[in-house]
Design a protein around this ligand. Structure first.
Ligand code: ZN
Length: 146
């Protein structure tokens, strides 16, 4: 097993209330040139957890952070107009907490952050501030919740 020290949370950047599957993401990621779906886990609107890549495999979800991380994606992240929004259903929130707890038990000493927290610290003050986010993904403050 490779060394895991980070769990990184994503959204699928799809509109609120719309269902997508690991097969859809697999297709999108192949179109972007990845071998297959880049995330290790995907959480559907109903809270069900689906496997993408095996956790033993390096993912493809945050540039420069893939080798030691696990990527989890919830379906959603945009409102009906396509603007960033925390669209997680209660079922998704519950499943995310449970999944992260299971992974933390398996891989102690992991840092849990959102994709946007890995944006470059442009002014070098040690804090990734909202204006520095390259994208809003996953559209909520992971450090406050997980
Ligand atoms: Zn992301």
């Amino acid at each position: 097993m490779r060394k895991i020290n980070k769990i990184i949370i994503h959204c699928s950047a799809t509109k609120e209330g719309q269902n997508f599957t690991t097969d859809d993401i697999d297709r999108w990621h192949k179109k972007r040139g990845f071998a297959k779906i880049g995330y290790h886990f995907v959480i559907y609107l109903d809270g069900s957890v689906h496997k993408g890549r095996d956790i033993s495999e390096v993912g493809a979800h945050v540039q420069g952070q893939n080798s030691n991380s696990i990527g989890i994606c919830y379906i959603g992240g945009l409102d009906v107009n396509g603007k960033s929004k925390d669209t997680r259903t209660d079922a998704q929130k519950t499943s995310l907490v449970k999944l992260v707890a299971e992974l933390k038990a398996q891989f102690p000493n992991t840092t849990i952050l959102g994709h946007r927290d890995y944006s470059p610290d442009l002014n070098g003050n040690g804090i990734i501030e909202p204006w520095e986010w390259m994208k809003d993904c996953p559209c909520f403050d992971v450090s406050k919740e997980l």
